[in-house]
Design a protein around this ligand. Structure first.
Ligand code: IDP
Ligand code: MG
Length: 140
């Protein structure tokens, strides 16, 4: 078991519905530490670059449109196995398939407006964290 860092984003639908505190509370109650935070509106270029891995997918344009539709809260979470623990807290991509008690099951509106992003592996976590934060902005 290793201490890891992972990138989380409270997506525009979550910020719009006043869920920032609810979601941060779930991370903190689970024992993950919030070691960096930033609120911003993603530009189209930032969202396209961040989600470049999905650029051939049919939902790519809708994904970029929804991620740029309002402010997001970008977080770095730190803890033992943080990447997998965050994915477990989030639940499945489609809220209809998400386990009860997960963020997406409890709070998400749809597969498009699914409220949170979370890195899915060590390499993507490193890329995604560096996309948003300099080392000196992370207080782990
Ligand atoms: P993840 O967010 O659970 O890691 P990914 O497969 O990485 O899921 O997809 C990134 C985001 O793209 C999802 O969170 C969701 O908002 C959107 N997305 C994924 N699959 C679909 C789909 O089939 N239709 C519409 N949007 C989708
Ligand atoms: Mg993903």
């Amino acid at each position: 078991m290793a201490i890891e860092r992972t990138l989380s984003i409270i997506k525009p639908d979550g910020v719009r519905r006043n869920l920032i505190g609810e979601i941060l509370g779930r991370f903190e109650k689970s024992g993950l530490k919030v070691v960096a935070t930033r609120q911003c509106v993603l530009s189209k270029a930032e969202a396209e670059g961040f989600y470049a891995v999905h650029k051939e997918r049919p939902f790519f344009n809708d994904l970029v449109a929804s991620m740029t539709s309002g402010p997001v809260v970008v977080l770095v979470l730190q803890g033992e196995s943080a990447i997998l623990r965050n994915r477990d807290l989030m639940g499945a991509t489609n809220p209809k398939n998400a386990a009860p008690g997960t963020i997406r099951a409890d709070l998400a509106e749809s597969i498009e407006a699914n409220t949170v992003h979370g890195s899915d592996a060590t390499d993507t976590a490193a890329f995604e964290i560096s996309w948003f934060f300099r080392g000196t902005e992370i207080f782990g």
